[in-house]
Design a protein. Structure first.
Ligand code: NIG
Ligand code: FE
Length: 415
């Protein structure tokens, strides 16, 4: 059914097909969020058919439903390009331990952290895991997420990793929004291979990747490139193994240390390098001179009490920046992209226009869906967020933590 939105106070993100063809917005271009004030927009069955200023609305439009959007913003749905949405159990007991002052290492020593999630996940049947993930995804969609990337990495066994990726494959088939899958077998070394890293690398190369490729279970290869997790050399080796099966790298880089993850990602033409809490000039310049997107995850920095990502320096150096939630039970238990955008403005000094572009169009490019979603462009999916009446675009991040979304449309249907 077609829907006509009339009297839209601000139609935001009306990027032209020319802009989109060029790929993600880099550097100063990120601040340019095209808008039409007092606008109309018409959807088809599932796409954006046409839009423009009210003064130029054709008189003969026939729509199945007409919505008066006076005072409201209509914008592209969020594109969340980095999540760990599939997991068996939350970890709020570790949260309490952290409040009491325990360090990450102490929590891991008590059986917490990624290995805790892996134990729980390996014990859970696929069907239950799928149901939990689907419920979370539906809640994220209601908060305005219209495309998502989901990682494995809580299995760390052949069966566990394949189970996670099969769950993601089912989400792809059943979810109304575009879903992309990243294989993160190299999230941490499992206990069984604590003293045999070579054995685990071979397990990834010889037992996991061939099955993932033959069942078409992943779009990207991910590695946690970090001190105490996977070294730069190991990261490169695993990325290259994935690339042999057509999986482009999309890696965890420079979260806790100057891990060289950025440099390796750029050298391997990674689609994105994600986190980037810990950057030096060399890493910033390296990223700026590349086609790799830097995906910032401010809610993870917030939850872990770390310094935020140097968004301003990255943008000023000319990098392409995306924003994502990193939704996971250990370091970012929130899938709320509205909060991600607010935090980026409040704590990383991003302009509202920059943050919205980074969380929509650039997020879409960071998971290869920039041609079908992420902006208000004719022919793209009608994945849209309609806000409550608000005075301005800046009111969205300013009024942080308040849910200002009135309706979410996915592929032309209200959810
Ligand atoms: O993206 N950095 C590595 N992985 C996750 C957290 C994993 C966990 O604690 O479960 C992240 O922050
Ligand atoms: Fe992550």
């Amino acid at each position: 059914m077609s829907v006509l939105f009339k009297n839209i106070a601000i139609l935001a993100g009306t990027h032209s097909p020319d802009t989109i063809r060029k790929g993600p917005l880099k550097g100063a271009a990120l601040a340019h969020l095209p808008v039409i004030e007092n606008a109309w927009l018409l959807t088809d069955d599932n796409t954006i058919r046409d839009f423009g200023p009210m003064s130029e609305m054709p008189p003969d439009i026939h729509a199945g439903q007409v919505i008066d959007a006076s005072g409201r913003i209509l914008m592209p749905a969020w594109c969340d390009s980095h999540t760990h949405l599939v997991f068996a159990a939350s970890r709020e007991s570790e949260f309490i331990d952290k409040i009491k002052g325990l360090s990450y290492a102490e929590i891991a020593a008590k059986g917490g952290g990624i290995l805790n999630s892996a134990n729980r996940l390996n014990a859970m049947p696929e069907e239950e895991l799928y149901q939990l993930a689907k419920e979370r995804l539906n809640k994220a969609i209601k908060l305005g997420t219209g495309a998502i990337e989901v990682k494995s990495g809580y299995g760390l066994t052949v069966e566990g990793e394949l189970k996670m990726l099969r769950v993601i494959k089912r989400l792809k088939a059943t979810s109304p929004i575009p879903v992309k899958a990243s294989f993160l077998g190299a999230h941490t070394y499992p206990l069984a291979y604590r003293d045999n890293h070579e054995g685990y690398l071979q397990l990834i190369e010889e037992e996991m990747l061939p099955v993932i490729a033959s069942e078409n279970l992943a779009d990207y290869i991910d590695v946690f490139c970090e001190t105490g997790f996977f070294s730069p050399e190991e990261t490169e080796r695993i990325c290259r193994a994935g690339m042999q099966y057509g999986l482009q790298p999309k890696i965890h880089a420079n979260q806790l240390n100057l891990s060289k993850g950025v440099e390796i990602g750029v050298a391997l033409n990674a689609l994105s390098v994600d986190h980037l809490e810990t950057m030096d000039d060399a890493a910033i310049q390296c990223l700026a001179g590349s086609d790799t997107i830097g995906t910032l995850l401010p809610t993870a920095a917030f939850f872990l009490g770390m310094a935020f990502q140097p968004a301003r320096q990255l943008i000023d150096a000319g990098c392409a920046i995306a924003l994502a939630s990193d939704f996971n039970p250990g370091s970012s238990p929130s899938y709320n992209m509205n909060l991600v955008v607010a935090m980026s403005c409040i704590r990383m000094k991003m302009q509202p226009e920059e943050a919205i572009n980074a969380a929509t169009l650039n997020g879409a490019f960071a998971m290869d869906v920039g041609d079908i979603t992420g902006s208000i462009t004719r022919g793209k999916l009608a994945n849209l967020v309609l806000t409550q009446p608000v005075p301005s675009l800046a009111f969205l991040p300013y009024s942080f933590g308040n849910n200002l979304i009135e309706r979410v449309m996915i592929a032309g249907q209200f959810v």
